[in-house]
Every structure is written in structure tokens, then in C-alpha cells.
Design a protein around this ligand. Sequence first.
Ligand SMILES: [Zn+2]
Length: 651
Amino acid sequence: MSRQPFLPFKVNLDTFIDDLKARLDANRERIAKLLSQEKKTYDSFVKPFEMMDEYLEQFFTPMSHLHSVNNSEKTQEVYTAALPLLTEYGTWVGQHLDIYNAFREVRDREYDLLDPERQRVIDLNIQGFELSGAHLDEQSKARLAEINLRKSELSNRFTQNLLDATNAFEYVITDPKDVEGIPESDLAAAAFTTDDGKTAWKFTLQMPSYIAYMTYGPNRSIRETIYRAYVTRAPENAEIIDEILALRQESARLLGFETYADYSLATKMAKDSDTVLRFLDELAEASLPQGRRELETLREFAGIDLQSYDTAYYSDKLKKERYDIDEEAYRPYFEQNAVVEGLFELLNRLFGVSVRPAEGVELWHEKATAHDLYVDDTLRARLYLDLEARPSKRGGAWMHNWQSHCTDEEGNEQLASAFIVCNFPPSSEENPSLLRHDDIVTLFHETGHAVHHLLSTVNENGVSGVGGVEWDAVEFPSQFLENFAYEPQVLKRFAKHRETGEIISDTMLDKLVETKNFQSATAMLRQLEFAMFDFEIHLRDRPDVQAVLDEVRERTALLKPPAYNRFQNGFAHIFGGGYAAGYYSYKWAEVLSADAFFAIVDQGLFDTKLGRDYLDIILARGGSESMRVLFYKLMGREPDTGALLRLSGIE
Ligand SMILES: [Zn+2]
């Protein structure tokens, strides 16, 4: 067995679409040929089928990466032309019943003889087909197709109604007194010149604008007007919600599940509905006492009969009075290169991974860098960093996996590779790139995703690295690493003032944690309210949505929102997006990450046995086993919600 070299980063935009078409045609032919085999086995059918996916990803990823980081008219044109081709191909494969039957044939023939990784590939493929109804009779299939079509129409309408309502509202302020205390940048965004040449300010329900007035707007009655407009958007969505819920329930039944919540859990780590409900209840119960204290403190501070449209405003004032954190004072301690070096050192001391520069690698931009990851002096993976903002780069931060660790059809080992992209302040000859603490948290988070993908030792690409990882466990490794960005022992190793060389003080570090945990029980209860509401309505048949929400609020909302509040009509995550019966996943993954994090901290943080176990069990095994099993192997017990409370400073 030999090892394949890392792929060179090369994209030919001129020939890309033709090349893609040729590949997809070749794949279709290959699939037909694989299916025509008399006797299908893992080696003769599944392996080549899976590797086709891998090679297609390897071909497509550099182009979509380029589209995100060096955007141009040309990349847009190519990307836009490529998407429908891929979607069409994906749909063709996804509905190809002979492929489904071929997987079942292999399962029946040799499942017990296969190693667990291969068994998991078969299980997940068959499950994927069955969750889209491949195994149903013709009549059920036709009904399912009808339901799916209607559901996507309704979701689109939900989103569109919300968008229209958001855009339909604006509030114009002419009296400077009513904008006093709003930060300059928010004011600049709101300012315009009226017909008679005066300056006025326009606030809308768009995110930054709405948040700005709710947080800083000094006029209480304007705050209420804007709040009321926000929480009563799109009343026509109430009917859409009822129909979506009925259709989800019907489709879940057709597919053999009792409720839509059960259907959702089929692809998740959480075992069953009871587990999720108990989990959310436990966190709520534990957060309520502190939540009450936080609200009481805020009431006393505000000195008024506090309402929902007051909380952000007074919270901000209270936070400033207590902590008065000046982000700019931190920047000189967080020079980008020093932070990256500190991150690499952390990987070394946590997991024994050495990161070394990869020499002579040609990349897409002069600011991008390539690094090789070694474990015990064995080359394991390649990581590409592209951290600085530029006009041609999409905003935000993300990890994008490119190659997956696996063995190919000839038995050669292929190593993994991935990109981390951020938008940090650009460096120049004269000025270094100085980060905010939030930037460090972001970088650690994305690196957590990256090492999950890169340090896999799994031989089957479909369940290697982040492949095949359950939806509610995907954020576990990223949030896990993110937690170290608040750890004094970690920060003190690299946070030196770039002029004085002085190491960041304990007071400054304490402030970071205190600010993070400011009103943490209130924030926790709010997220739990969303999660419980989402889960409860998907557990019932034709629920009375408002009644369920009211009932959940009885358990979670310490400050009762006004009776006109119709938050659900704007809950796009679950009615316009893909989070249905899955909103709990945020908290779920946070518990896993906090639990593993404290276990390592309590063993002494650096060079612990548990750190190495985390590498060998969680990172190395990727999606080849359920995270439920892997987590148990790591910790020797079920996840402990107490860890998240501890991390959030909830007592
Ligand atoms: Zn993430």
C-alpha cells in the first residue's frame, strides 16, 4: 500500500463546466456498469461507488472555494452554471432504486463479514434512501412526492412573507434626543437627509438596525413600537405553520415513524424523544433560579416595570457599568501570527499533533498558507489557512473539507485536507493584523471542525472525518476547541503585548469570561424556549401552536412577553429552514463540548491522557460510529448537562 500525494490546488475556470459534464456523464456510465454486475460485493460495488463521490467532491471543492475567497464575475458564472448540473446528478443518484437495491444486496450477502466502518457506510446509505421513501409502495411514494412539493412551497411562502413584512416597516426619527447614545456606526447606517435638508434617522426590522434600536435606543415608546412591529410580522404565517406541521406529521407516518420528532431523530445522536425532552428540562430547571436573580437585578437596575422591549436596552447599560470592556485594548495582545502559533502549540499539547509549514505549495492567494499535520512523526493531513479579509472574499468564517482520509479502490491511502477561511483585519508591511478576542474564538471553532475532518484514520470516505457525523454532534469538536480560547493557561502562552512584550493580565482575562457569562441563565432559558417549542410541536398531531408556546413559556420565560407577541410566525429556522425538531442540537453539542473540555481541564489541560484519547476516539473515528458510542468510549459515561452549566457560570 502506498500513499497518494496531496492534490495540487488548480482550477481551470475556462474548461470547468465541460470537465464537470464529462465527469458526471462518466459517473452515470460507471454506475450503470457497476449495477450490471452479476454479484455485487462491497469491493466491487460500494467502494467504487463511494470513491466516485470523493473524486467529484475533490474536483468541485477548489472551484467553490475560489468562488468564496477570490470571487469574480468568472467564478460566479462558473459556479452558477455548475450548481444545477450537480443538483440534477444528485437527484438522479438519490432516486435511483437500483442503487438502493444494490446496497441491500451487499448487506444481505456480506454484512456480518464487513468491518464496522463498512457496515456503517451500508447502513447510512440504505437509511438515506429509506428516509426519502425508496422502500415504499407506488401510492405512498406518489403522496410523499406531493407532500414534499407542497412543503417546499409553504416554506418558501413562509420565508417570503417574513421578508416582505420585514421590509415593509420603517420608523423615522427626527429628534436627535431619540437617538442619543446609539453608537456612531449604527447612527451612520440609519442617517439620511430629509427634503428640507435636515438629518433624520430611519430604523427598520432588518437585523443590525432592529438590534441597534432595541439595544441603544433611549426612547421607550419608540422601542415598543419597533418591537411590536417585529414580533407581529407576517400573521398570515400562522396558517402556513399549521399546514406545514400537518404535512410533516403525515410524511413521518408514511415513512414509518410515529411523529415527525422521531423521524428527525433517526439521523441524530440523541436516542429518542424522551432523552431530548429530559435533557431540555434538566437545563431549564437548573437555570431558573439564576435566571430569576438576573431578572431581579435588571429590574432593580432599570427601576421601571420592565417589559420585553426594555431588556436589551437596560442589559447593555448594566453590562457597561459592570465590566466596561474595551475591545481595542485587547488587540495589541492578539497579533494574528502569534495567535496562529499559539493555536498550533495548543494542538500539540492537547493531542500531540505537530503542525509544520508545507513548503513549495502553490495556492490561490499570497496571504494563504499551507501546513502539514503530523502525529508521532507520521504525516497525517494538510491544512490551508486563508485568514484575512479582502474585497473578493465572502464574509464570515468557515471550514471547508476537501480530501477525506480513506483507502482508494487499489488500497492506497489518501490523506485528508481542508481549508479554514476567516475575515481578520488585513496585515501590511507596516501594520500587523491585530485580532479581537471574538476572532480567536472563531479561529479555534473552525480549527475544531478542521481537525475533526483531518485527523481521521477511517478508511471509508463516506464516514471519514466530518462525513456521516450526526447532525446534533457536528458542532461538538468545534465548540470543544472554542472553549480553550477562554482558558488563561492557553491565552497566556501567546498573548503578549506587541510593543511592551508584557503578558496579558489576569484581570483582562477574567473580564473576558465574565462578559461571556453575563446574564447567561437568561440567554440559556431563551434558547431552551425555542428548542422546547420546536420539539414539542413536532411531537404532536395538529397541535394548537399558540397553546404549546404558552405552555413552554410557563416553564422558561420569566418575563412574560406582551400578549400580542407572535414570535412563531418569524421562526424561520424551523418553518423556512432545516432545523425542524432539531433546534435542541445547539445545546446538545454544547453539553458534549463542555463536558469533554472540563474533563481535560480537570486532568491538567496539557499533555493529558484524555487529550490523546480525544484524538484517538473522537477525531480519528469521524462518522464511522455514532457519536453516542464514541462519546461513551471517551468519557465512560453519558454526557453531563452540569458541565454546560459550569461553563456558562450558572450555579
Ligand atoms: Zn461550527
